[in-house]
Write a protein that binds this ligand. Structure first.
Ligand SMILES: *Cc1c(COP(=O)(O)O)cnc(C)c1O
Length: 490
């Protein structure tokens, strides 16, 4: 092919010629597979200073188009080494997540389809697949068939939608129609350990942070139902309008599970919407023994769980399961003339939230659920929890260390007890995090419990093996020895 004809073909489509695209996709597949094969060789946190990446990038867009090979080469040289490697098997920070092979395939093909499934008409298969995979997830969680699902980007959005639906139920659509002016203060209840996304929902929905009640927790960091009932009663006496309770199944700090059944009793008595934030631990509920820790889940009005957290699905993918999805629709449906379609009895996903357009997220989740099967998912979750219990045992068995909270799932909160004062102990534990992460061998994060610094090891990456957890414990003890200025010993 002459250069002139090639130029003509590009001019004709305006896009990459098909043969060129095919070749580049194969090259991208090699890049992705190479990356996943050797990601463990990277330092988990890239050794890059703020501004360094920017300085290596062209400051202005190119005037003439560049060959894709140049883009792929720069991706490999400038981008890949300079990300925090969430796919690294020794990533133990936040909640460890991972894009599994099947999930990455689904994400890639969804990009090729580029469907915007706002209406059934604008995406029949994506709409119906979303309903089917959400129903599969419902079955995996042993929830009754009344629950139906809706996929969002994040748990933050899922919880916001749940609270919006709760408000719509209690105020019978008053805020939807007339806005907040003139509305009574509306209160929401969540534990002291609940995720900050609930605070953000209060901000975004105009309910106000002052109307979020932080319910006291017990010694295992679980919401106290008696304290919840007392707060609701006080708000009613003061003329406020309680609308929702948010229980957490797997809090962000310690993965504590609120007593959902008891909280559900209070919510039912008070006619409040019960939302369960199970963004992380909801994945564990595919195993009957972990589902049993969430007794009462079936009484919720809504439940959020993030397959992108611990179900091996690439970000983003958050599933909101609703007892009555029509309540969410009632809060958000609005059909302008140009979006009216003639199909009857179909789901139009745009009706269930503020966004019109939406990505086709169900495909990657479908691939993951099918490729691993329920059995495969349970095996992986159980393996992670077993590793966490083993790690917990090592900490308990080592003088100068302690476990700081119960370990119901795959996350361990622990600390070094070296140091004469609480402040000195905090300093040592903070230094352990910094030292351990600086090695590049692992990445962990700190949290605060009872105002003291605690280390937090979260296992959730599909590529993590026992060997990586062994390494983490060794690196942490060596870091402690350096931080406390004493020789390390086994
Ligand atoms: C991670 C997490 C969230 C936030 O998830 P996003 O999807 O990032 O919004 C909310 N709640 C809990 C309990 C979490 O663990």
């Amino acid at each position: 092919m002459t250069r002139a004809r090639e130029t003509d073909a590009m001019a004709a489509t305006g896009d990459l010629p098909a043969a060129e695209f095919r070749r580049a996709m194969h090259a991208a597949a090699d890049l992705a597979a190479d990356y996943l094969e050797r990601v463990g060789a990277y330092p988990v946190l890239p050794r890059v200073a703020p501004g360094e990446v920017r300085a290596a990038l062209a400051a202005a867009p190119p005037e003439a188009g560049e060959p894709v090979d140049a883009l792929l080469a720069d991706y490999r040289r400038l981008i890949e080494p300079n990300v925090t490697h969430w796919n690294h098997p020794a990533f133990f920070g936040y909640f460890a997540i991972s894009g599994s092979g099947p999930g990455i395939l689904g994400e890639t093909l969804a990009a090729a389809l580029n469907v915007n499934a706002m209406l059934w008409r604008s995406g029949p298969a994506p709409t119906e697949l979303e309903e089917v995979v959400c129903d599969w997830l419902r079955q995996l969680l042993a929830l009754p068939p009344v629950f139906t699902g809706h996929i969002n980007d994040t748990a933050s959005m899922s919880s916001l939608l749940a609270i919006a639906a709760a408000r719509h139920r209690v105020d019978e659509g008053a805020v939807r129609a007339r806005g907040l002016s003139g509305a009574p203060p509306m209160t929401v209840y969540a534990s002291e350990q609940a995720h900050s996304s609930i605070d953000k929902a209060m901000i975004t929905l105009g309910l106000g942070l002052d109307q979020l009640r932080r319910v006291e927790v017990d010694e295992a960091f679980r919401m106290r139902p008696d304290a919840l009932a007392a707060l609701i009663a006080a708000d009613r006496r003061a003329g406020r309008l309680p609308i929702a309770v948010v229980a957490t199944a797997g809090t962000t700090s310690t993965t504590a599970v609120d007593p959902i059944a008891a909280v559900a009793d209070v919510a039912r008595r008070e006619r409040l919407w019960l939302h369960v934030d199970a963004a992380y631990a909801g994945s564990a509920a595919v195993c009957p023994e972990y589902r049993a820790l969430m007794d009462g889940l079936e009484a919720a009005d809504s439940i959020v769980l993030n397959p992108h957290k611990w179900l091996f699905t690439p970000v983003d993918c958050s599933v909101l399961l609703l007892r009555n999805r029509e309540e969410l629709r009632a809060a958000f449906t609005l059909v302008p003339e140009y979006l009216k379609t003639t199909e009857q009895g179909v789901t139009n996903l745009m009706d269930y939230g503020p966004q019109l357009g939406r990505r086709f997220r169900a495909l990657k989740l479908w691939f993951v659920l099918r490729a691993f099967g329920a059995e495969g998912l349970r095996a992986r979750i159980r393996a992670h929890c077993a590793l966490a219990r083993e790690f917990e045992g090592w900490v308990r068995g080592t003088p100068g260390w302690e476990v700081s909270a119960p370990v119901p799932f795959s996350t361990v909160c622990f600390r070094s007890t070296r140091g004469a004062t609480p402040e000195e102990q905090d300093r040592i534990n903070e230094a352990i995090v910094a030292e351990a992460n600086a090695t590049g061998a692992i990445f962990i994060g700190p949290t605060k419990l009872h105002r003291r610094t605690v280390l937090r090891l979260a296992i959730g990456n599909i590529r993590t093996t026992r060997e990586h957890v062994v390494t983490a414990w060794r690196v942490l003890r060596e870091a402690e020895a350096r931080a406390a200025g004493a020789p390390g010993k086994d």
